[in-house]
Design a protein around this ligand. Structure first.
Ligand code: 5AD
Length: 351
């Protein structure tokens, strides 16, 4: 083994900060052996903070309208081939209710950037969920909004916010998004969310078009500095109605290595084993957990909506993806030595 690689592994195992070059060396030397070493260490690290507990979040994809036109995303506004939908206030509360009965204590309201959901409407919704489910965490994932809007939603009772940064390389950001979107604004949103007091999540796609190892290393450096509470990563998966329809998907191996690296960089991180990971490999979600992830986000949306929330091709919308599949998910987690818990699953500093 070369010496920089050995040094980088040792630093990571000690949870010491790495340089851009050291992250890049780890990523360039992705092998089964390296993944095994890092996954074993990530598993041990995770157990110190969370034992064998896996947190579940009830994902409610409440609107697939989006005014953005991201080149990779199936719900981009130029895609005229999907049926657009919005769940009503009552639909959303009913999803929460059903989720609550099944043991969910976090609801994630995720949607496209839909101007129909004004601050006023979102505040009403958050206030109602907060009052009806006082022991639950509310996570929002509504894309870019103003600082004022983020603050009002926080004051209404939202606890967490997910906004993937998508890439920490400004020129790469420009290759994935139209000119109407800006890297600076996105990064600024993340800083504001954290400053307001949200448990904040960023993240990126693995293997997105034009991504290089150097860019992935920059993502890791950004995360190391920013210290988010949550990081969502999953492989890029092409969608037929986007400009990236013929691009290669990200790989299972790269995603698993990155999950282990993230766990070792930030031992207490809330790190989902994502639907996208479960889409590119049969047992992808279990492998994600074994690599160091500790969160799973089943979908609480009604079946008709799930089908239309098509971020990428073949996004699963049945089975363990759903509330009805929770028991089978639980069994699969037990089989690999983990336990789904009824718990808000906050970042340790926030409990
Ligand atoms: N493949 C994988 N992930 C995608 N996302 C959007 N489109 C795709 C795709 N084609 C991810 C983005 C976004 C999140 C909601 O879904 O990272 O932030």
């Amino acid at each position: 083994m070369n010496t920089i690689l050995t040094k980088s592994i040792h630093k990571l195992l000690r949870h010491s900060p790495l340089t851009h070059g050291e992250f890049a060396v780890l990523l360039k030397n992705n092998s089964e052996k390296l993944r095994k070493v890092l996954a074993a260490a990530a598993d041990e690290t995770r157990r110190k903070y969370f034992g064998n507990r896996i947190f579940i979040r009830g994902l409610i994809e409440f609107t697939n309208y989006c005014h953005n036109n991201c080149f990779y995303c199936g719900i981009r506004c130029d895609n005229k081939n999907i049926k657009r939908y919005r769940l009503t206030h009552e639909d959303i509360l009913s999803c929460c209710h059903q989720g609550y009965l099944s043991g969910f204590r976090t609801f994630v309201l995720q949607g496209g950037e839909d101007t129909f959901f004004t601050d006023e409407k979102m505040i009403d919704l958050v206030t109602d969920i907060r009052n009806r489910f006082p022991d639950c965490a509310i996570t929002l994932s509504l894309g870019e909004r103003s600082r004022n809007s983020y603050r009002k939603l926080f004051n209404a009772g939202a606890d967490r916010y997910l906004l993937r940064h998508e890439t920490a390389d400004e020129s790469h950001y420009g290759m994935l998004h139209p000119d109407s979107m800006s890297y600076k604004n996105r990064m600024n949103c993340l800083k504001e969310l954290k400053a307001i007091g949200y448990q904040t999540g960023c993240g990126f796609m693995v293997g997105s078009p034009f991504q290089t190892t150097e860019m992935l290393a920059a993502d890791l450096c950004f995360i190391q500095d920013f210290r988010p509470h949550m990081v969502g990563i999953g492989p890029f998966i092409s969608h037929q109605n986007t400009p990236f329809s013929d691009r290669k998907n990200g790989t299972l191996e790269d995603t698993l290595l990155l999950i282990s690296i993230l766990r070792l960089m930030q031992p207490a991180l809330l790190l989902p084993s994502t639907t996208a990971l479960g889409t590119i490999a049969e047992n992808g979600r279990e492998l994600g957990i074994l690599a160091g992830a500790n969160v799973i986000m089943p979908n609480l949306s009604p079946a008709s909506a799930r089908k239309q929330y098509s971020l990428y091709d073949n996004k699963p919308c049945t089975g363990e993806e759903t509330l009805q599949g929770l028991q089978s998910l639980d069994e699969h987690m037990k089989n690999i030595g983990f336990q789904i818990t009824v718990d808000r699953g906050d970042f340790p500093e926030f409990t």
